[in-house]
Design a protein around this ligand. Structure first.
Ligand code: C5P
Length: 223
């Protein structure tokens, strides 16, 4: 079974996807981390962010893997060609670089193929922007998760502090979220948009546990 969770940045997809996976004993795939890893590699290699062919080569040739922390069933560590980039892909620099990288068609083709291969190997909660529309249009459960811009920016600030990455400016985060949403929603290839059959959940002001339980219930009804 595939549970597809799409939505804009900071809507709570990661938290919800990991918790749903844990509760249902599913695996979990964070597709945004894959685009971020390619962006990290491009910056490290000095590849121009408008060089779609070179970006596509990175996505095809570099091995992106996920790892588990001790005793944690949900993978949270990210590696590209054996180098751990778990924290390095969460910086403001990567936040900026990832939109042009993810808009490159050769990058999307390579990563979508990898995501399909991974997801077809078992029961997965897959989170991203185009999971219900492009990667797994046949997913049994499709959720489009949103929250207000302000709530999403507050969450992102808190998340960075929790991850030990340090504090970031709320105004900058808000502006960056809005810029990224605009870019992700208007790009030609696989823009961020809900699948026709996705259930819309607005998590603004809701208890995240209620959102998690609602998605688990949707999945149980399909089992
Ligand atoms: O989810 P996260 O914020 O980590 O995603 C980072 C970026 O990766 C997004 O802003 C978007 O540009 C891109 N992305 C995508 N398709 C996905 C997942 C992420 O284009 N399925």
């Amino acid at each position: 079974m595939i549970i597809a969770i799409d939505g804009p940045s900071g809507a709570g997809k990661s938290t919800v996807a990991k918790a749903v996976a844990k509760k249902l004993d599913f695996s979990c795939l964070d597709t945004g981390a894959m685009y971020r890893a390619v962006a990290w590699q491009a910056l490290s290699d000095g590849v121009a962010l408008d060089d779609e062919e070179a970006l596509g080569r990175i996505a095809c040739e570099k091995n992106i893997e996920f790892g588990h922390a001790d005793g944690d069933p949900v993978p949270k560590r990210v590696f590209i060609d054996g180098i751990e980039v778990t924290e390095a892909i969460r910086t403001a620099e990567i936040d900026k670089a990832v939109s042009p990288v993810s808009a490159a068609k050769p990058v999307r083709e390579a990563l979508v193929a990898q995501q399909q291969r991974i997801g077809r190997a078992g029961n997965y909660v897959v989170e991203g922007r185009d999971i219900g529309t492009v990667v797994f249009p046949e997913a049994e459960v499709k959720v489009f998760l949103t929250a207000s811009d302000e709530e999403r920016a507050h969450r992102r600030v808190r998340q960075n502090v929790d991850r030990g990455i340090g504090s970031i400016d709320y105004g900058e985060v808000l502006a960056d979220l809005q810029r990224r949403d605009e870019h992700d929603s208007t790009r030609a290839t696989s823009p961020l948009k809900p699948a026709d059959d996705a259930v819309h959940i607005d998590s603004t002001g809701s208890y995240i546990e209620d959102v998690i339980e609602r998605i688990c219930e949707m999945a149980r009804n399909k089992m």
